[in-house]
Design a protein around this ligand. Structure first.
Ligand code: HEM
Length: 421
């Protein structure tokens, strides 16, 4: 049964800005490899430091592996409901990071305790039954169809034409949406993520499609995520179901697409992963794991302190925002005694988060099936694929939340289509 949402208010007046706060925005931040920047900050200021977010809004940046683990493991002390933030009176409604921190009533992302557990369990149970072989077959089909659209020419832009499309199309089918609707749903999910002018209409179309899907599955359940969530013992309400399906789509789409993009980039620029005269490619799986350590698609997330505490030697006040730098933790020398941990099969990174609000099992595995299939099919279909620009001309999206390429232009020898057009 659903509980009414608790009323949570800012915990005290805004904390003062510590004099040694480091701005976490600006041209350097946008352009540089954030892992290097985080390394420098850790060396100079330690595992936890005061920072200024866009608009000089104060927060704590947690860069140490041990400290990130501590924060993510204690969801009572470092909680998800952003209404506690003691800075709200200084935050304008159009603040650039609002999409990340603005409290969304009824969203699982900001729910806590038993209310969160009930919904997370329904997600896990519904995803656990997804057949990995069927998912792989679906991804192969989708990947082949997308490649058919551009393989007759000698080049493509792989983010827009390939990586960004595959996860949403795979997830749409996993949820039980008919193929005829999957493409438009995928486009709506991307429009919601872009947050531009059409985002609200796209959300409304998405919510409408989810409403229709749930109605159809109520009448006739199928072997899909929507049916399993609908009939789950947690008895989710229609509003919760719509919100949770949207979150699963969005949370699955963006990081999986960027996992594909970042892996393809790595394999195209790094000799260790290219075809060599000696033959053989380092496996796609190794490159994918290295990306999770070095270019994590998910870079930063937020928690809010529920009471005064200490973290990494700093005094954190109740209601302070704590930015958890997953990418920073991944590059902490404490866990990087072996530099190429990723390609050696070490999986102890934080790129899927951790704790109550970490990526719910088995979503990381499903994301991996989707990403691995996408990379393998592309390399199989276009064996001489190569970058169309020098590696240093590839542009990244402004990097606070994600590590994501703006575009991945490639060239290849034209190849025949496989599926009837
Ligand atoms: C099938 C694909 C995926 C689905 C359906 C999915 C779903 C979700 C959901 C629903 C959450 C929110 C959990 C909560 O707040 O209780 C979440 C969190 C998260 N996911 Fe995933 N995810 C997928 C793939 C990925 C991938 C590929 C990555 C990274 C490479 C990733 C990284 C994360 C991280 C870091 C969080 C935690 C954010 C935080 O702690 O605030 N996810 N995911």
């Amino acid at each position: 049964m659903t509980e009414p949402e608790p009323t949570i208010r800012p915990l005290g007046p805004p904390s003062p800005i510590p004099p040694d706060s480091v701005p976490l925005y600006g041209p350097r931040y946008d352009k540089e490899n954030p892992a290097r920047l985080y390394g420098e900050l850790r060396n100079r200021h330690g595992a936890v430091l005061p920072v200024l977010l866009e608009g000089d809004v104060p927060a704590w940046l947690t860069l140490g592996y041990r400290e990130v683990h501590q924060v993510l493991s204690d969801s009572t002390l470092f909680a998800r409901d952003s209404r506690r933030w003691n800075q709200w009176e200084n935050i304008p409604p159009d603040w650039p990071l609002m999409a990340l921190v603005g409290y969304q009533p009824g969203s699982i992302l900001f729910s806590e305790g038993a209310a969160h557990q009930r919904r997370a369990q329904a997600m896990t149970d519904a995803m656990e039954q997804v057949d990995r072989f069927e998912l792989r077959a679906r991804c192969e089909r989708v990947a082949d169809e997308l490649i058919d659209e551009f393989c007759g020419s000698d080049g493509a832009e792989l983010m827009v034409q390939y990586a960004n499309r595959i996860p949403a199309l795979a997830l749409a089918e996993m949820f039980g949406l008919p193929d005829s609707e999957a493409w438009s749903i995928a486009e709506d999910v991307m429009a919601v993520l872009d947050g531009g002018e059409g985002a609200l209409e796209a959300y409304q179309r998405f919510a409408g499609a989810m409403g229709r899907l749930l109605e159809a599955k109520r009448a006739e359940p199928g072997p899909d995520v929507a049916s399993r969530m609908l009939h789950h013992p947690a008895e989710l309400t229609a509003e919760e179901l719509t919100q949770d399906l949207l979150i699963m789509m969005i949370a699955g789409q963006d990081p999986t697409a960027n996992w594909i993009g970042n892996t393809l980039r790595l394999m195209l620029i790094d000799d260790r992963f290219s075809l060599t005269l000696a033959g053989g490619r380092r496996s796609v799986g190794q490159a994918m794991n290295e990306v999770l350590w070095e270019e994590s698609p998910a870079q930063n997330t937020f928690r809010w302190a529920t009471r005064d505490t200490r973290l990494g030697g700093r005094h954190i006040r109740a209601g302070d925002a704590v930015v958890i730098c997953l990418a920073g933790a991944n590059s902490d020398p404490l866990v990087r005694a072996v530099p190429d941990a990723g390609s050696r099969g070490n999986h102890a990174h934080f790129s899927f988060g951790h704790g109550d609000h970490g990526c719910p099992f088995p979503a990381p595995e499903l994301g991996e099936v989707i990403a691995e299939t996408a990379v393998e099919v592309l390399l199989d279909r276009l064996p001489d694929v190569r970058l169309a620009v020098p590696p240093n001309e590839l542009e990244w999206r402004p990097a606070f939340r994600v590590r994501a390429l703006n575009a991945l232009p490639v060239k290849f020898s034209p190849a025949p289509a496989r599926t009837p057009m």
